[in-house]
Design a protein around this ligand. Structure first.
Ligand code: SF4
Ligand code: SF4
Length: 65
């Protein structure tokens, strides 16, 4: 998993409509990213979230790029 949505999500749905591979779905209290579908394209992070709720997560052991 390289991208994650935090509790700051206000459920606007913008990322859901923009993810090119359909990796984002509506969860109970926030939208969630399916790590098996996410291709790490970064589109949702860079362009759409008004609440800055999408984070790039670096797996343990890897150096942030
Ligand atoms: S990084 Fe790309 S593939 Fe992953 S959830 Fe965001 S828009 Fe979808
Ligand atoms: S764009 Fe941001 S605030 Fe809107 S649903 Fe996605 S993560 Fe939540």
């Amino acid at each position: 998993m390289a991208y994650r949505i935090t509790e700051d999500c206000v459920k606007c749905g913008a990322c859901y409509f923009e993810c090119p591979v359909g990796a984002i779905s509506e969860g109970e209290d926030r939208y969630i990213i399916d790590p098996d579908k996410c291709t790490d394209c970064g589109i949702c992070l860079d362009n759409y979230c008004p609440a800055w709720a999408i984070l790039k997560v670096t797996p343990p052991g890897l150096t942030p790029s």
